[in-house]
Design a protein around this ligand. Structure first.
Ligand code: FMN
Length: 230
């Protein structure tokens, strides 16, 4: 597949056919993704391929509280768990998460409620001993550590395309990280970066919604002129 097309069309896919994802495919995907860039080439990622139905259900149960909290915040007009946010509004929204969960329980459920049934489930972990985190002590939320892990996750999603697969990186389980770590026997030095779902897509997106370059790129300073198409 042509690189530019892959970069422009690898959207989040949450609907999969009933076809299984073979271990051969999964192995090839990981074998390509391992070339992802990462700070100091420490390759701090670890992956747990979750096949056990009971563990999968438990992972789904760790996903759901975050999901309902997310929905409650979105319906309150918030960016869920934004680092800079209206804390009171966020707390009020989270207080409504239980009723969002109740409403969801009455319906057929979507991706979140059926997460345990995705064709392939990969939990991505990060070993904090191997994360060069340049902003760990500069007085704000850290960004750099994750940058050594998420390109790897993205490479998994891109490599999946080559196999005719598609998927999505999810992070809701991080709200229940302690439970996930217990489930997967993860020691203190590692953290949960996310859960990747993969499968054969019911449909592959072709047109993703993203802002144009001019909307996020400026010249010489953040308040400089937009970097417009020449
Ligand atoms: C760091 C990160 C966390 C995400 N977490 C979730 C998640 O927990 N659940 C989910 O369904 N999608 C999750 N997504 C997928 C995003 O919702 C998706 O990338 C975004 O809405 C753009 O979708 P599109 O590529 O289909 O346009 C996550 C994506 C990223 C990069």
């Amino acid at each position: 597949m042509e690189l530019g097309e892959a970069l422009r069309t690898t959207g989040a896919v949450r609907d999969y056919t009933a076809d299984a994802v073979s271990d051969e495919s999964l192995y090839r995907i990981l074998d390509t993704a391992r070339f992802a860039p990462n700070g100091g080439n420490r390759q701090a990622w670890r992956v747990v391929v979750v096949k056990d139905p009971g563990v999968r259900r438990a992972i789904r149960d760790c996903y759901l509280p975050g999901w309902y909290g997310y929905l409650a915040q979105v319906s309150a007009g918030l960016v869920p768990w934004a680092v800079v946010t209206d804390e009171q509004a966020m707390a009020a929204a989270l207080g409504r998460a239980a009723s969002v969960a109740e409403a969801a329980a009455a319906g057929p459920g979507g991706f979140a409620e059926h997460l345990d049934a995705v064709p392939a489930m990969l939990v991505v972990l990060a070993d904090l001993r191997n994360l060069a985190t340049l902003d760990r002590d500069i007085g704000h939320y850290t960004m750099v550590g994750g940058a050594s892990i998420y390109p790897f996750a993205w490479s998994i999603l891109l490599a999946a395309r080559e196999e005719g697969l598609a998927g999505v990186l999810t992070t809701m389980v991080v709200r229940e990280e302690a439970a996930v770590k217990t489930l997967l026997h993860v020691p203190d030095e590692l953290v949960v970066a996310g859960v990747l779902a993969l499968g054969h897509p019911v449909r592959q997106p072709t047109r993703l919604k993203r802002r144009p370059v001019e909307a996020f790129t400026t010249l010489d300073a953040l308040d400089g002129a937009p970097f417009a198409q020449p």
